[in-house]
Structure formats: C-alpha cells, structure tokens
Design a binder for this molecule. Sequence first.
Ligand code: ANZ
Ligand code: ZN
Length: 881
Amino acid sequence: SERYNARDAEPRWQRQWDEQAIFVSKNDDSRPKYYVLEMFPYPSGRIHIGHVRNYTLGDVLARFMRAKGFNVLHPMGWDAFGLPAENAAIERKVAPKAWTYDNIAAMKKQLRSIGLSLDWSREFATCDPGYYKHQQKMFLDMLAAGLAEREKRKLNWDPVDMTVLANEQVIDGRGWRSGAVVEQREMSQWVFKITKYAQELLSALDGLDRWPDKVRLMQRNWIGRSEGLLIRFALDQVTTPAGESELKIFTTRPDTLFGAKFMAISSDHPLAQAAAAKNPELARFIADIKKIGTAQEIIDTAEKQGFDTGIRAVHPFDPSWKLPVYVANFVLMEYGTGAIFGCPAHDQRDLDFVNKYNLGNTPVVCPEGQDPKTFVITDTAYDGDGRMINSRFLDGMTIEQAKEEVAKRLEAELRGNAPVGERQVNFRLRDWGISRQRYWGCPIPVIHCPKCDVVPVPDADLPVVLPEDVSFDKPGNALDHHPTWKHITCPKCGAKALRETDTMDTFVDSSWYFARFTDPWNENAPTTPAVANRMLPVDQYIGGVEHAILHLLYSRFFTRAMKATGHIALDEPFAGMFTQGMVVHETYQKADGTWVQPAEVKVEVGGNGRRATLLATGEDIQIGAIEKMSKSKKNTVDPDDIIATYGADVARWFMLSDSPPDRDVIWSDERVQGASRFVQRLWRLVNDSVELGKIAPATRPAAFGPDAAALRKAAHGALDKVTTGVERLHFNVCLAHIREFTNTFSEVLQRPGQPAADLTPDLAWAIREASQILVQLFSPMMPHLAEECWQVLFQNGLGQPGLVSEANWPQIERDLLVEDSVTLVVQVNGKKRGEVTVATAAQNPEIEAAALTLDAVKLALDGKPVRKVIIVPKRIVNVVG
Ligand code: ANZ
Ligand code: ZN
C-alpha cells in the first residue's frame, strides 16, 4: 500500500464530518448527556500551539464519550471583547469590530484544520449583540436583586491617558503606557456582590471532588476566610486630633495581645486623615507611600514604613499600658477595619517594622521543648504552635485556649454599652468591580438622569448596542468621547440624561458562556432553563491554570446569581475541572544575543551532545533553556506549519504522547517526526491485516487456539486500559498501551510461515477483530487516519460501514482480561532468593513444589530440612528451614 497522505485525507474527512453534521448535538436527544468544554479562545488573530493542546485534550474525551453512547455537547465560541482590539484600532486604524471578526474567521479556519469534533452550530462571539443583549438583561436582573450595586472605590487613575488602570498596569507608581504618576481617585463603580456568596463559594469547594486540589486551594486562599476578634482599643484623648475615643482593630491572634508593641492604621483610615490635617509632615509621608499604588504584591514586598502619629492607644487589659499609633504602609483600608495591633515576635511584617523603628519585641508563644527564659526573637518571627509566656493570666495556655480566654473576657467587658471585643469572620474576597472605562466591551445598560438618578434601560430598548463610528484619536474611553451616543432622554421623566459609558469587565462575558451554549438560539432569554438545567453542569472543563482563580470563581458566582434571578437551577457550573500544562520549547540564541526561531535552526545530535547551527549561514547557535513559548524569545512553533508539514493527527498525537496532560510538554521536532513515523506504521499495519483478516469466517468461531487467544487477550487488554485511561484523562498512558498493542499485533502479522492460505479460521477472525479494535483505540486521538483505516477495513470486508467517528466503542470481553499466570517471590527464612511463575489456578502443593525445585532455594537451605512453607497468595512463598 501507498503511504498515508494526511494532506489529502484530513480535509476530506473534515468535509465529510461537516456535511453529515455528526458533531451537532440536539437538545431533544434522549441519550444521557455529556458536556465537554475547553476554555474558549480570545480572537487574537492566530491559534497558538497551547490551543492545539487544550482542544485536543477535550476532543479526545468528546469523541470517546460519543462512542460510549453519550449525547456529547462540545461547543466553541469566542471571548471577543477586550483591550487588544482597541490597541489594534489605535496602532493600525482598523475598527475593533472588523479586527475581531476577521480574527475569528481566520482562527476558525485553523481550528477546523485540527479536526476537532465541535458543534459549530452553537458558535457565538461575546461581542455579538445577540449575546451581550442577554448579559445586559442579567445585569438589570442582578441590579433588581441587589446583586449589582454602585460603590465608591479608590482606583488608579492615569492623568495623561485619562483612564483607570488595573493594578497590574501600575509600575513603580506610574502608568504602564503614559509613564505618568498615577493618582488614587475615588470613583463610582459598578460592582457585583460576590461577597454575599463568600461562605457558600468556600463551602461548596469541598463538593468539587473532580477539581484539582491545587485549584481548590487557590480559590480557598483567594476567598480568604479568617476567624478573629474585633477589639475596640480606647484612645488617650489628649493625644488625638479631635477627641476620638477609640480605635477598632481586627486580629486573628488575640492570644498575642501581651506581645503588642504598637498600633498601625492605614493611610486611608479616618484617624490618619484627621491626624494628617494637623501635621504636614505626616501628610507628606502619606502622599509618599501612596505612590506605590494599590497592588497587593507591591505592598507585600515594599519595605515596611511607618509614621508615629503621636496618638496613644490603651491596652485592653492594662489601663496604664500605652501603645503608639503609627500610620503604616502595610495596613490596607480594604481589609478588616484598616487598623491593627502589632505583635512583632509572632508576625514577620510587624517584626520588620519594629526592627526598623527600634520598638523591641516580647515573645508570648514559646515552642514546645524550648526554655522560655532563653527563647528570643531577632529577625524571624515565630508563628508556630506553643504555650503562652509573658502573658499574665494566659501563661501556660495553648494558643487556642488563649484566643478563647481573651475573646471571652473582652466580650464580657463593656465600654459604653458595647462589648470591647466581638468575634468576627472576615473574608479577603472583595466585591467584583466590573466597570471599565473602555469602548470594546459590553455596555452597562443604565442611564444617569439628573432627576431620577440611575435608571435601568427598559427591556424593550435592549441591547444597548456599541456605536461603530468611534474614533481613537483621544486617549481614554472612546464611548465617552462619542459626540452623540451617550445623550439620551430619561425613560422615566423625559429629562435630558446620559448613558453609562463604562463597559463591563470581560470576565463577565466568560462567566456564563457555558450556559448560553446550551441554547444559543433563544432570542428572548439568556437560557432556556429546562434545557440549561438538563445540559449543565459542564462535565469536564479544560483550561489553563492561569484561570484557576478569577474566571472559575466568577463563573461559580455568576451561576448562583443566574439561579437567584431565575435563569438556571444549579449552583456549580463545572463538575469536573482539568488544568493542562503548557507547551514549552528550547530557546536559541545567536552569539550577539538575538533570539532565533526554531524553524531557522538545525539541531544535530553528535558525540558531544546536541549542537545547533543557523540553517541560512551555518553559524553556531547557542541552545538555551526550555521555556514557555513566547514571541519575545521566538521559541514558538506555528500550528499551521506543523499541520501543513505533518498533518493534524501527528500534531495531536505528539501533544498527547509525551507527558501527562497536566504537566508541561516539551516541543521537539525529533519527537514530532517519531509521531509521524508511527502514523505510517499504523497505516501499514492496518493494510497488512486486511490480507489475513479477509479470510475470517463471518461467524465467531466456537473456540480459539493459543495464537488467536493470545492476540485477543492483547486486544481486549489494550481496550480495557485505554478505556479507563481516557476516562481519567491519562492520555499519555493510553498512547503507551496503543503502542504496545501495535507491537504485539505486528509480531502476529509478521510471523514467518503464515501465508493466508495456512491461516486457521480462528486466528483470521482474531486478526480481523484486532484490526477493528486498534483503529477504534486511536480514533479519538487521530481521527482522520482512523477514518481512512476504517474505510479500508470496510472495503475489504473486515469492518462496518459508516464513519468510525460514529461507531460505538468496542465491547470489552472481561473474561479475556484475567491473567493466567502469576509470579511469586520466593524467600528462604525471610530472605528473597528467587521467583516462580505458576498458573493462576495453581494450588498450594504445586506452588510449594515449584519453589523447592529452584537451585537458589536448595543452595540457601544448604541441606537443611524444610520445616514449613508459608504462602501469601499471589505474592510470596516463604520457605522456613
Ligand atoms: C495581631 C497579630 C499578631 C496578627 C500576630 C497576626 C499575627 P488574615 O489571616 O489574613 O485574616 N491585619 C488585619 N487587618 C489588616 C489590614 N487591614 N492590613 C494589614 N494587615 C491586617 O490576617 C489577619 C491578621 O492580619 C490580623 O491579625 C492582623 O494582624 C493583620 F502575631 O493581629 B494580626
Ligand atoms: Zn429622569
């Protein structure tokens, strides 16, 4: 037979799948549903190799579940709003809409060339008015339900670009594009009240047992629940700016109260503001520390700084004990009460702080086994377990006991009419600010009326469509600059009013697309609840770990919000979550340090290891570290090139073969070529099997001889292992089993003295069965090659008509899986001396006899009589001499 020609076969089968619409899933299908979803792509312009991996993983599962008889939903769409479209408009003068839809068209063509079993009938882009119309409706539903609100927030404002910046866009206190010193501005923002669900989003993580533990942990930390105590410290009023009487703090370590050395408040705390009004030096200090912006990571790593306000607080257990109140750069207004007491011995930040300002420290928790008299803290705070010391009535208690004791005492103590201490649960999670001062996003459907304040856009006027005649000549929000768009009359009172010009965070768009896929044809509502409730949750979601926190948390919240507003009846959108690893590649550098693309380099393996030269000039190229593919280091490979050279099946097979799907895979040309050779090998093998399988009898033989039985056992063994492997997404393991079976099968076919004429009917029958099983085994991974092989089998009378993509997964014959021999370790007086292999059915006397005939056993016994033999079934034979 000729070589398999992927370039010819792949588009042919893709057309055929399309024409027969076999991947279109019907909502009224009575089979059990299975929903496979990969995170939908941003239409940047080109598919990258990471997409190929992501979608291949999902595709294998989708094809497999389809063969197993499920009504598989495997849709695709586009996460199409976002900043790059505006940047393209600025840099290349193309309209964001045109740029986006052009990219979608180009990428869709690329996706098709990978041979994915996608239901394109459900495709949409989040920038389609037909999609965001429903998002606007849900926003209004959430507004009515108290789940969307306006809130004043401090934001990073770039005075040159006239825009709000995300924390990540503030670098050393300056705007990432303009370089202008960023200001903190208080502005009204739209927020979603995700904090209402903080406890529920946390508790429900326990039930998500098909999610990676690390993702659940990341979400837990992000939600950040902590139990602690609110304590009202009295203030020494002589020292306060305006007679303030108390300072409320939140602590998770009330046990450490006797180790307190100072109090610290955020620069945004009202007390700090009041003090600064009377103290220019403090005001200057505050202005200074604000320059680093609001990004948590920056605050965490910045040097701890403080300014003594002169205010003094009174220790709650000792009226004569006064603590200085500092304004400090590591206390955030947004958490707890924006104020703390500092216990340097047991908190690293506090320790760094006191070491800088010479405030000293007193350890109050002593680790078990340490002598309290010699236990000192210098540079490293101790946050471990131990017993209380230097703490008066708490001494000798455990931390837990001390926390409880302090809470009890302060709860019981009243000042004014209120208790001094109050237990409180705090969450790190903040409400989700969704306002973006951006054009290319979903317009927030409200109107600001001078008389009626915020007025929702009436349902009949939805969608609020983005205008297309926008200009990007001025920095800032093009929607806001539009000459007419925002001017409108108030739907309530008819007065002149203004549209909201903020658009929604693009994370909103991706927080419900999986629900829209269940019925994207419904023009009247975001979902058809009966359908959505049947098709959801997504059974297997697959995507990058970079979305482990925000996207997944927002989607979990949004699903609950949709439930609260009647669009859906479930809480958790993703029953199974899988985070795939990255595709990484070696880097190549010229002597002058410039990076070179892999395609321009020739790598040879010689005696001294790998050596690289530039194809064009032959100059030496340095092979650098293996890194995530990136444009800056040029270590990318283009999926189009790979598919043009080797075909999609090779790319798919390679992606699945080398590493477990959740680990990084190293792109390697040598390995890709290996995958390409394997494709040809399978093709030859299937063609070779035809000649022998052809003569098989139509009916199944009543009995199988040893050769046939061995082949059948190998086929069903591989089938069993691949089946469980795919179910667990252990694709690399599946591929190894397919390779192994391929070897066994070729040995059978190549056995000498086996012309077709001499073949026994039972072996011919087993060969025919094996060839079908083999093709089905690799069909989820290499669907085009499988179709081609399936056709060859059928044309030669070995197979079934139709597409392998539509064939049922083969039935495993379980009785073929039983191992017929077992190997036991043989010990003499507990020491291993050898092994025996016996029939699984062998009885103890037979096993004993086999063990005693071993030379090593005779040698070890050294003529001594055997006193007894102990047999641990299927594992050990111990001879006691
Ligand atoms: C005294 C203390 C002693 C604390 C000690 C810790 C260790 P989590 O677990 O994250 O809730 N804290 C409270 N509000 C803060 C704010 N707005 N900005 C910065 N830090 C703040 O952390 C709670 C602890 O973080 C609190 O307990 C408080 O310091 C600090 F040995 O109080 B602790
Ligand atoms: Zn009005």
